[in-house]
Design a protein around this ligand. Structure first.
Ligand code: SF4
Length: 129
């Protein structure tokens, strides 16, 4: 399937690959967009990408194919929010985020540029190690 998608892309077609397999997406795409609870929280070029949004960082830490060793694997804490829940904080990742502060509950973080071609929706993004 990936070979067919690459052939289409090489022929000039725009291709969007939606997957839960971050390693697959990084290996197949020019750009990555991480979605949490229906919102894009980070988008960047796939080559050399290092996550800045805490959810993206947690996803990467939970992927066996991306971990330096199995002992480094960490599950993403907490549970996904329930769609339509009126009690969600402004940042939907706040109940699961180790970097959450008061502003994360009251003010929705907008996507903003943090590096060339990279945008993150977070009040306190990671450094993108
Ligand atoms: S906006 Fe706040 S709660 Fe949301 S990911 Fe960033 S630091 Fe965490």
């Amino acid at each position: 399937m990936l070979a067919r998608l690459r052939a289409r892309a090489a022929a000039g077609a725009g291709v969007i690959l939606i997957t839960h397999d971050l390693a697959l997406g990084l290996g197949a795409a020019d750009r990555v967009a991480v979605i949490h609870a229906g919102q894009i929280v980070e988008t960047a070029p796939a080559a050399g990408w290092r996550p800045r949004h805490p959810y993206a960082a947690a996803l990467m830490a939970a992927m066996p194919a991306l971990a330096p060793d199995l002992g480094a694997l960490r599950p993403v804490a907490g549970r996904m929010p329930v769609p339509g829940d009126a009690g969600l904080p402004a940042c939907r990742f706040a109940p699961r985020c180790p970097r959450a502060g008061a502003v994360c509950v009251t003010t929705r973080p907008a996507l903003r540029a943090l590096a060339p071609g990279a945008m993150v929706a977070c009040h306190d993004p990671e450094a993108g190690r």
